[in-house]
Design a protein around this ligand. Structure first.
Ligand SMILES: Nc1ncnc2c1ncn2[C@@H]1O[C@H](COP(=O)(O)OP(=O)(O)OP(=O)(O)O)[C@@H](O)[C@H]1O
Ligand SMILES: [Mg+2]
Length: 492
């Protein structure tokens, strides 16, 4: 009777303890510890059902075994455990070596195990696992009473374990959902749920509150500027200025005065002091677009800006302090540029403290339907077209296309299709994929000059007005391109 009261008290304490542990691994350790202490067992382990393992079970906690592997000492228990898991009944044996149930177990002999107790962890009808204890010394503790106690304990432990596992799953789900919710709330104009895109958003979100430099890499049109703005607008510098600088837009010396400003008289035409973009961006973010194009002399100055937060106006003798966050972007392989000595390695490392690679659209095709719906809706509103859906055939060709110009090209093509669409559903025939295709142009009776101009304009558009890249894509020199554009300008 006295003993029963002890057991009852022990169970009460144990229940309180195990119900307060929510972390599955810690709980399993505790369950094992309690069982071993209560029975003065020398060794023990807990195993749980596991669909992934061959046997259907894995050892999740163990004490005083040398390894989790199916070594000899461990195999000792396997026949006992198998019996318990199969029958759902506990096993108690005082003299394991002569117990006929385990006759065949070499390991029981080898380990000279005298007493074994093994109970199922029952959760309702299901057998969730087992607790195994053994001893080669004491036989006293392994009594029928202890078995009763452990059976009740096993039931309670199984419930606690199930709860902890459920809790842990919920917790993971909850963190994930919170994350998703946050990301979609913060970046509401940024579309994409694919695995690769989600990673982009997750990293972006993590750098909101730190001032570390960020380097955005990715092909043209993948959304580098979009992400840069999102980081600025959702970070601690929101409300301050976001200044974008295209590093390839100007010749070297002009670029320097554009970036850092100049003092009166420092060069012909410098009639008064002028602030640079670094100063305009003060308190906010400086977005250095196409950083890979930045001349080496300016790279040194940007490095100084990053390291010392200092710069000098052109022609000035005093250093000025800058309080800016720098986000850089490039569609070049900067590592290659470093190897070719066109980009400073130290600047590369400094910028790449946080590197975010934006995947090309063809690597995140599962985002295409989402993006398509988003851009169709936007364009339909803009151009006042009553389009409310996309025909599956149209979606099919969007999915099949390679989208070398990535999201920018995708958006342009959709816009054009929306404008051309005459019904309420966007059809396959509304898509004109390749307007620069010469055969199309020739059919319309165009002259060579027309074709040239159209090709240049389409490419310029595709490159977001960037002349350097347009020239690159067309295989002509920048000078030639600028000459052509100027020509059209004078034509009116
Ligand atoms: N995930 C997205 N969701 C919505 N719009 C996007 C997304 N990604 C890109 N866009 C849109 O695509 C266009 C191109 O994006 P962005 O200008 O940011 O590209 P980029 O990587 O800076 O290109 P480039 O290297 O040519 O400068 C923009 O109009 C942008 O709003
Ligand atoms: Mg850009």
């Amino acid at each position: 009777m006295e003993n029963q009261k002890d057991n009852f008290n022990a169970l009460f304490q144990i229940t309180r303890t195990i119900n307060s542990i929510l972390e599955p691994d810690a709980l399993l350790e505790k369950v094992l510890e309690i069982a071993m202490t209560h029975l003065s067992a020398e060794r023990g382990f807990v195993m749980l059902a596991d669909n992934m393992s061959e046997s259907g079970y894995t050892v999740v906690a163990l004490k005083n075994f040398n390894s989790k592997k199916a070594s000899d000492e461990f195999a000792a228990s396997s026949s006992v455990v198998t019996t318990v898991l199969q029958t759902g009944e506990p096993v108690l044996t005082f003299d394991a070596m002569s117990d006929e149930r385990f006759e065949s177990s070499v390991s029981i002999m080898a380990q000279k195990i005298l007493s074994i107790i093994c109970i199922p962890l029952r959760a309702g009808e299901r057998i969730a696992g087992a607790v195994y204890l053994d001893s080669s010394k004491s036989r006293k503790a392994f009594t029928e009473d202890a078995l009763k106690f452990l059976t009740v304990f096993g039931g309670l432990a199984a419930i606690a374990i199930e709860n902890a596992q459920r809790y842990s799953i919920l917790e993971t789900q909850n963190t994930r959902l919170k994350n998703e919710a946050d990301v979609s709330h913060l970046f509401s104009n940024i579309i994409g749920k694919s695995e690769k895109w989600r990673k982009v958003l997750e990293i972006s979100q993590r750098v909101l509150d730190v001032d570390a430099a960020v380097l955005l890499t990715g092909e043209s049109g993948t959304g580098k500027e979009l992400i840069a703005r999102a980081i600025h607008e959702n970070g601690t510098r929101k409300g301050q200025s976001f200044v974008a600088v295209n590093s390839s837009a100007l010749p070297e010396n002009l670029m320097e005065s554009e970036l850092f400003g100049y003092v009166k008289g420092s060069f012909t035409g410098a009639a008064s002091d002028k602030k640079g973009l670094v100063e305009v961006a003060n308190g906010g973010t400086l977005f250095l677009d196409e950083i890979g194009e930045l001349p080496l002399s300016l790279q040194a100055k940007i490095l100084r800006l990053l390291q010392e937060k200092e710069y000098r106006r052109v022609g000035d003798t005093v250093n000025r302090k800058a309080n800016i966050r720098i986000i850089a972007a490039t569609n070049k392989e900067l590592k290659e540029e470093v190897k070719a000595n066109r980009f400073r390695e130290d600047l590369f490392f400094r910028l790449n403290v946080v590197g975010i690679h934006l995947p090309p659209l063809r690597e995140r095709k599962d985002d295409i339907p989402l993006l398509a719906n988003y851009f169709v809706k936007k364009a339909a509103e803009n151009y006042k077209r009553p389009i409310d859906s996309i025909h599956p055939d149209a979606m099919q060709i969007m999915l099949a296309n390679q989208w070398k110009g990535n999201v920018r090209e995708f958006q342009n093509v959709i816009e054009r299709a929306v404008v051309l669409c005459r019904g309420t559903q966007l059809m396959k025939d509304d898509f004109l994929f390749d307007t620069s295709d010469q055969s199309v142009l020739q059919k319309n009776g165009m002259t060579l000059a027309d074709v040239e101009r159209q090709l240049i304009e389409t490419t310029l558009n595709e490159m977001n007005g960037n002349r350097t890249r347009t020239a690159e894509k067309l295989g002509v020199s920048l000078r030639w391109l600028q000459y052509r554009i100027k020509e059209w300008g004078t034509e009116g």
